[in-house]
Design a protein around this ligand. Structure first.
Ligand code: ZN
Ligand code: ZN
Length: 410
């Protein structure tokens, strides 16, 4: 369990290093009702550092399940106008967004996949502009995470839920560097290390990234023309830096969506909309999914892969060494924020315009010409095993080793 002081530090990290709220800014906190106490702490911190006003967007995963079981497909696909109105308000006011990602990874177990698909598709359509505003850094945003009972129980199934919650707080505290004397300073140093590696990758301007391991991954991922590797801190369109994911261990960029070939096997389960997908592999040809299999959650994988055309290619490649604190914890969190930071990952679907030089000022056609992928989806899945070898291949065919046995060698 964290001390009150550590919790305060955590809330401060979210406000100052994460979203990097500026004086006089409006803040939107998105959080499940189970996390109300921590959300209130963040709200107080925001005012301490000069927020103009704090809005709370409550989520309720339990009601989400009740609705999924009780409501019709039509009702679930009917997104109320006030959702779009609030999104518009957020974009106009350039709020900074702090999301608390916490939930039962199996909350939707047993629900009708058809209804789930319709409801998530409707939500994605309704939130399209808002998502574009976050993906292009028009809004500064961050995601942090705290334990909830059902989630902790899934992560530590042999413990009673109170003990599981305590254990998870300890793990998150360590991962978030809250056990350091000065967590904010520890984060600054960590961010600097990631940036050094990103600069190395940018200086080499690789044409391809090649990954292989004993599990059967043999994949060549072309990189978008004029791509740039990004880590930890990014610049908002207003020039103010922020850190979108906390924790973050990744250095990522955009694949070229017509230059991906080979097969990739997942390294960790993928949790998507309350479904667990595991033991799966995806084969790519000329940048598109040519075949896929899954031993667990095949329907859920199929649901993802039938969203639109763009989901059949990749929008992100991210590299993370096996000695990151999350990987070393050995804990499978069943939550993308943590698990994707434990392992190299790829994302099916949309790429971030920020991962190509000048991308924020490009039209959809210009982005496409650079090999940038567009989709309603962005689904990260983990591919980095402890034995993965990764090379960067230059435009002249030169090979630069980046990873050996799951760890950075640069
Ligand atoms: Zn990522
Ligand atoms: Zn991603």
């Amino acid at each position: 369990m964290l001390t009150q002081q550590q919790l305060q530090k955590f809330a401060e990290l979210a406000v100052r290093v994460g979203a990097n709220m500026q004086k006089g800014q409006e803040v939107v906190i998105r959080c499940d009702v189970q996390c109300a106490e921590f959300a209130h702490m963040i709200a107080e911190k925001a005012y301490e550092f000069g927020a103009k006003y704090v809005h709370m967007q409550w989520r309720d995963e339990v009601l989400g399940r009740i609705n999924m079981l009780g409501a019709s497909k039509e009702a679930l696909s009917d997104v109320p106008d006030y959702t779009m109105a609030f999104n518009k308000y957020c974009i106009e006011r350039k709020v900074c967004l702090i999301s608390i990602s916490a939930g039962d990874p199996n909350i939707m177990k047993g629900c009708d996949p058809d209804k789930m698909k319709a409801s998530s598709l409707a939500a994605m359509q309704a939130n399209k502009e808002f998502r574009a505003a976050t993906m292009s850094n028009l809004l500064r945003w961050t995601i942090v995470s705290i334990p909830t009972k059902a989630w902790a129980k899934q992560v530590f199934p042999d413990m009673d839920s109170d003990k599981a919650v305590d254990k998870m707080w300890d793990a998150i505290g360590h991962i978030m560097r809250l056990d350091r004397d000065d967590p904010t300073q520890a984060w600054r140093e960590h961010i600097a290390t990631l940036h050094r590696r990103a600069e190395f990758l940018n200086a080499h301007n690789f044409e391809y990234i090649h990954m292989t391991n004993k599990r059967g991954t043999y994949l060549r991922v072309g990189l978008a023309t004029d791509h740039q590797w990004i880590a930890a801190e990014e610049l908002g369109q207003d020039g103010v830096p922020f850190t979108a994911n906390m924790p973050t261990e990744e250095i990522f960029t955009a694949p070229h969506n017509r230059k991906i070939d080979g097969k990739v096997v997942n390294a960790l389960p993928l949790v998507n909309n309350g479904n667990v997908i595991d033991d799966f592999e995806i084969t790519f040809k000329d940048g598109r999914v040519a075949d896929y299999k899954a031993k667990t959650g095949l329907d859920a994988l199929k649901n993802i892969l039938t969203t639109d055309e763009g989901v059949l290619s990749l929008g992100e490649i991210a590299l993370i060494g096996k000695h990151s604190p999350i990987a070393e914890s050995g804990i499978l969190f069943y939550n993308t924020l943590f698990d994707e930071n434990a392992s190299c990952h790829l994302a099916l679907g949309a790429s971030y315009p920020t991962t190509v030089k000048g991308g924020n000022d490009m039209s959809a056609e210009q982005l496409a010409a650079h090999g940038m992928n567009q989709s309603l989806q962005h689904v990260d899945f983990m591919v980095g095993t402890k034995d993965i070898d990764i090379d960067g291949i230059g435009y002249d065919g030169s090979v630069t080793p980046l990873f050996r046995d799951g760890e950075w060698v640069i």
